[in-house]
Design a protein around this ligand. Structure first.
Ligand SMILES: [Zn+2]
Length: 181
């Protein structure tokens, strides 16, 4: 899968990212860069709610919106806020491998049964809930979705730099994504 490229040392960071918050994010996460001090946010990070992910970044460096699959379609006001009030000019959209929002259909029975058993939901309501929302949150393929979502955000916020990145949960390292594959 050559759609991803490694970001293990500063030479592998694309030149257009260096000295930007995107480059800094990669250096903090992958290269143990010592933390600078920030008094304003530099970046908005959109990342999945998944429990296996943790960013190594300094205080006050980034706004973070976490949602299933790093899907920001339903978080637009928050994105706008980070830009308009928070002052960020860069968005890092971080997908990851093994995302639970892929193949939701395969999780249908567990989803419904466990809402009934663990949350006390009525079965019929749980079924309707799944049927109504699963298609909205289904990603298909993590990388395809990430690239589409980055393109959508660029159209929506044309002056903001949007970069898709890919987090490997086994190593906690971020990889680059080739968009024109
Ligand atoms: Zn996920």
């Amino acid at each position: 899968m050559e759609r991803l490229f490694e970001l293990a040392n500063p030479q592998q960071i694309p030149p257009e990212w260096s000295n930007t918050p995107i480059g800094r994010l990669v250096e903090y996460q992958n290269m143990q860069r010592p933390f600078e001090t920030y008094d304003t946010a530099q970046l908005l990070v959109g990342m999945c709610m998944d429990h296996r992910k943790h960013l190594r970044i300094p205080d006050q460096f980034a706004y973070i919106i976490r949602s299933g699959g790093a899907d920001l379609r339903h978080s637009e006001f928050k994105v706008s806020f980070a830009i308009a009030i928070g002052g960020v000019r860069h968005i890092a959209l971080i997908g990851h491998n093994g995302c639970g929002m892929v193949n939701l259909v395969g999780k249908r029975d567990a989803f419904i049964n466990n809402l009934v058993e663990h949350a006390g939901w009525d079965r019929e309501f749980a079924e309707q809930h799944f049927t109504q929302f699963a298609p909205m949150f289904e990603l298909g393929n993590e990388i395809d979705f990430l690239i589409c979502e980055a393109a959508r955000l660029r159209k929506r916020y044309p002056k903001i730099k949007v970069v898709p990145l890919y987090y490997r949960v086994e190593t906690n390292r971020i990889w680059g994504v080739r968009e024109n594959f």
